[in-house]
Design a protein around this ligand. Sequence first.
Ligand code: FCB
Length: 458
Amino acid sequence: MTIKPDSMSVASADDQPPFPTDFTWGAATSSFQIEGASTADGRGPSIWDDFCKREGAIADGTNGDIACDHYHRSGDDVDLLARLGLGAYRFSIAWPRVYPTGSGALNPLGLDHYDRLVDALLAVDIDPYATLYHWDLPQTLEDAGGWRSRETAYAFADYAEAVVDRLGDRVSSWSTLNEPFVSANHGYVTGEHAPGRTSMLEGMAASHHLLLGHGLALERIRSIAPDAEAGIVLNFTPAEPDTDGVADVAETERVNDLENRWYIDPIAGRGYPEATAQLEGWNQNEVEDGDMALIAAPIDVLGVNFYTRQVVSALEGHKPERPTPKTDMGWDIHPHSFGKLLHDLQTGYDFPKYIISENGCAMPDNARMPDGRVDDLDRIDYFRAHLARVLDAIAAGMPIAAYFAWSLMDNFEWAHGYAKRFGIVEVDFDTLERRPKRSALWYADVAATGMLPDPRAT
Ligand code: FCB
């Protein structure tokens, strides 16, 4: 695909102030998407293992049994990060490795894996950024109600405690949850993700229990590792109305409440967006005394995940399309929305620090360089345009400390299986061989210089 220059405009590298020298450059992954080794060393099944067995749930009929086999290749993958010169690695811990049935008996072998990973990272000066929950809930807990149940939040806090007990002396940055919106919405409302349930009210209950789990886990992190930074990772898909009509504008408000304010507002102490909660018929029965204060406990850092924007229409079944360049997911490439989001966060909230915890794109990856590596200029264009917005936000005074490319390597893209490739490193899923794409080499250059070179200029 070709990308229109107008939506990707970036000042030339010479015009730009470089990124601050202490800016952290990293890459991100998550446990279920890369680890494989689904029964190794006592790991229990997660909701994703079960979901993958459902007819039609995963577009290409695949699963996470092997994935990138990172569990057995983590040493090589750390070498890869080091060769790219990255200063940080964001990964997640698989709850079912640590507690195979979610609670009860701890499995120390599961923790050993992350212990080795953290040591390997530190040995090559890469900061470990650990996420405690990136969607792989132990299936046993789902059988008992999953995030619909308050008990899951308590189990999550105990799991967090076990992990931080073991790794808290070396991990300096913790995130409790990755994208609770997607856990609750895709898992319990639309059913496109595990556990595949479809009820708005279950989704709302799940959203509260996820946030409660965040608050409870944060308390444990604070007490065990008081010097570590701790926060949560939220995704934002800014919505704009198709037309100026009253109905489109109102529907856009509803979508922004549900998708973009539902989690950040309670964390910022503002509670759930009231009008939309009422509109959806959620009476907030799950919210008990003290919950909202726990959820609003100060965080040190907010992780921001951004991929795309959405255009919203009030017309039933109408999905407005804009003639904007798209990624291989069909998502609009719209760096302007990223810039606006960062501006809105900076002016609307007062979190002490931000990291861009995920940003990136799936691209078709059809072109090859003469040496055979993937020639993904389109992915470089995407990163470059979005990083320029980060630079603008920093120049405007927003405290953004780090950027994590999604993803270090091609991996299991949830319901899409392995067909959608987000990696800066190519994975051959037959041989499991890794090979940096052109974008990885470009990104290594960015990390080394703090500049955003134009790949077409060289
Ligand atoms: C985010 C997820 C991540 C990956 C990217 C493409 O929503 O956090 O695991 O799937 O999207």
